[in-house]
Write a protein that binds this ligand. Structure first.
Ligand code: C5P
Length: 221
C-alpha cells in the first residue's frame, strides 16, 4: 500500500490539454490525453490528500476521491487553478497549456472565401500559469511542480526552465516511441530546486506520480 504522507494536504493538479477557439466549431489544441495528470490525482488521493483536479478536455472518468473542475481554454484553466491554488499546499501543472491563442475569436463559423486566399490566424501569447504560481506562492512553503517535454539537452534546458518558472520540481518527460502523449507509460527525470535530479525509469504513469509525491512529501516536511 501507499504511505498516507499527504493526509490533510490540499493538492491541485491540472491535467489534459487546453483548446483555444478559432470560431464556434474550430480550435487549436494538442495531443495531451490527461493520463499523467489523472494518475497524479489518483495517487495523491490514495496517499490521503484532498485533491482538486482541473481537467482540460480529458475523455477519462473522474478519478475516485478528487473534486473535478472541467475547463476548455487556457483562460478557464488559469482561473480554476489560481482560485484553487489560494488554499493549496501543492500545485502540480501537468496540463499541456497552449502557449498561444487566436488573437480574436470569430462569433460565426469562418467560411471558405470564393477562391480567394484564406485569412491568416493571428496569435496572441497566453499567460504562463506556472510562472505566475511560482511568483505568487500563497505561502512560502507551498510546493509548485511543473512538467516539461524536452527532446535534447534535457538537463540544461530543464534546469533553465525550473529557474525561469520558479518552481520546486520540474518533471522532464522523455518524448519518444511508446512514451508520453496518449500512452500508459512514461519515463522522466525530476529536477529538484537545490537538489539532485531523480530518474524515474520507464514504467506506468503511476510510478512517475508516486516519485513526484515522494519528493513533494519530503519538501512539505
Ligand atoms: O514552457 P513550457 O510550455 O515547456 O512549460 C511547461 C510547463 O508550464 C507545464 O507545467 C505547463 O503546465 C506549464 N505552462 C503553463 N502556462 C503556459 C504554458 C505552460 O502553466 N502558458
Amino acid at each position: 500500500g501507499r504511505p498516507r504522507d499527504l493526509a490533510g494536504r490540499k493538492v491541485v493538479v491540472s491535467a489534459g490539454g487546453t483548446r483555444e477557439a478559432i470560431d464556434p466549431v474550430r480550435y487549436i489544441g494538442n495531443r495531451s490525453s490527461g493520463l499523467q495528470g489523472y494518475a497524479l490525482a489518483r495517487t495523491a488521493a490514495a496517499r490521503g490528500a484532498e485533491v482538486t483536479l482541473v481537467a482540460a478536455n480529458v475523455a477519462l472518468p473522474d478519478p475516485a476521491g478528487a473534486t473535478v473542475v472541467r475547463v476548455e481554454s487556457t483562460a478557464e484553466l488559469r482561473e480554476a487553478v489560481l482560485t484553487a491554488a489560494g488554499a493549496a499546499d501543492v500545485v502540480v501543472m501537468a496540463a499541456a497549456v497552449a502557449d498561444f491563442r487566436p488573437a480574436t475569436r470569430s462569433d460565426s463559423k469562418i467560411k471558405k472565401s470564393d477562391g480567394g486566399e484564406p485569412e491568416p490566424i493571428r496569435l496572441a501569447t497566453n499567460p504562463d500559469i506556472l510562472a505566475e504560481l511560482g511568483e505568487r506562492r500563497t505561502t512560502p512553503s507551498q510546493v509548485i511542480v511543473g512538467f516539461a517535454a524536452e527532446t535534447d539537452d534535457v538537463l540544461a534546458n530543464g534546469r533553465a526552465k525550473l529557474a525561469r518558472k520558479g518552481c520546486d520540481l520540474l518533471v522532464v518527460n522523455q518524448v519518444g516511441p511508446g512514451l508520453a502523449f496518449g500512452t500508459p507509460d512514461n519515463a522522466a527525470t525530476v529536477l529538484v530546486a537545490g537538489g539532485e535530479p531523480v530518474e524515474v525509469p520507464r514504467g506506468p504513469k503511476e510510478d512517475v506520480a508516486d516519485a513526484v509525491w515522494d519528493l513533494v512529501a519530503a519538501r512539505l516536511g
